[in-house]
Design a protein around this ligand. Sequence first.
Ligand code: NAI
Ligand code: MG
Length: 491
Amino acid sequence: MGTHLSRTVAQGLAVMNLIDGKQMEALSGKRIDVACPSDGKVFASIPASAVEDVDMAVQAARRAFDEGPWGRMPAVERGRCLTRLGLLIEQHGDELAALESRDTGKPIRQGRADVTATMRYYEFYGGAADKIHGDTIPFLDGYTALTLREPHGVVAGIIPWNYPLQILARVAGAALAMGNTLVVKPAEDASLSAVRIAELALEAGVPAGVFNVITGYGRDAGAALSAHPLVDYVTFTGSTATGTAIQQAAATNNRGVTMELGGKSPQIVFADADIEAALPVLVNAVIQNGGQTCSAGSRILIEQPVYERVASALADRFSKLVAGPHDADLDLGALINPMQKERVAGMVAAAEEAGVTLLARGTVASDAPSDGYYFAPALFGSVDPGQAIAQEEVFGPVLTVTPFGDEADAIRIANSTEYGLVAGVWTKDGARQHRVAKRVRAGQVFVNGYGAGGGIELPFGGFKKSGHGREKGFEALYDMSATKTVVFNHG
Ligand code: NAI
Ligand code: MG
């Protein structure tokens, strides 16, 4: 009894790959320990998959695409599978939220919000599956020309650790709705929910082999998947550097890619804005998920006349922010791993050394476990837009505020980074709202609000180094399919 118990505790939750509808250990038998960011303690393990496991999963997805029922299933039936998956996710909501927040360290309410969004993705794409169609094209006399929207085939999805459930859902929802089959490689730091979702997909009626999940390191499993010759399309969310590596790997087979990469998204606050309404949104847009959000609003540009007022109100709010364990449900949780904490701390230290003014710091809860990966939020003021801290993605709870002179100045600063993912504009002037929304280079612009992460219906993606291709909404269905033109010569 004692032995059995201690073995169970030592092994923790031993998650498996899901290939062709079956749970599989990595062929090497190797495993990766999974620690909870809140206390650094190992509570689970995942297979450390390598080339041979990836190959097995891709072969399964290939067979399911070429020979299985998925592609020939009426679109409405495919959609119903996704709708049922959404309902199962809702039923297992508490379990999934707890798992996600333990695996990533995010506060439990964020885990719950992620489950709600995840459910919505499958609901949205379940409903969309039979509502997307091609065109008929006026052509020469004696011809009828039309287009069909066809799946790419086997889609590889490489998923990051910040919003594992949500990002998997926006990939899988759109890919499966169009009739593709999938091989998913979740991040080594947050793989648990992906395996669970693939199990629920089987239960929802998605045939075996359609939705495969292999866990493991990016350099092993991820690299092998993105270069596999039987993969037809690769979709990736994560760092810009890894995105470049994945595009190079996909280029060896000349495959299409969707890249959702980093951001340094500005929020522009004009003097006429409703500042009281803006303040909580400005803070939340960078604090949500500990700032580990591609669309985090990490730079605030403030029109000179209200600069002091807005900056000091933000400092007041920042000094009250508290980081702590996921189950304590404070303003933010721990960062994902010790490397990420070191990276964020290093960028903050470098900014201080460069003479950037630290306006305020939040705190770490005094009873937070000392082995957790906590980082107290930091707010920098009067930041020169050329400073590294105002140019580079921190991916942590770090905000810079910068004053600007006029509208042209604001647009120039907003567009001065290498990124172009999201922007916020705060003003009551309707004409200015339209002008700025058009001139800011960002895939999404929010006026008098900021929708970091949300908005299942809203196309999302980057300009410049933030990537290319669009996810979410109907747009994702175009990315996840290809147009076939068919021409009938009937004389
Ligand atoms: P990453 O981009 O390296 O990891 C994301 C995914 O890519 C993981 O599943 C990983 O296993 C996989 N991967 C890594 N190397 C790969 C390769 N050579 N081939 C194929 N797949 C590979 O991100 P990482 O290292 O975890 O975080 C570093 C930084 O990346 C963060 O500080 C942040 O700035 C950025 N990041 C941005 C995200 C976003 O949503 N835009 C999400 C996660 C990280
Ligand atoms: Mg984890």
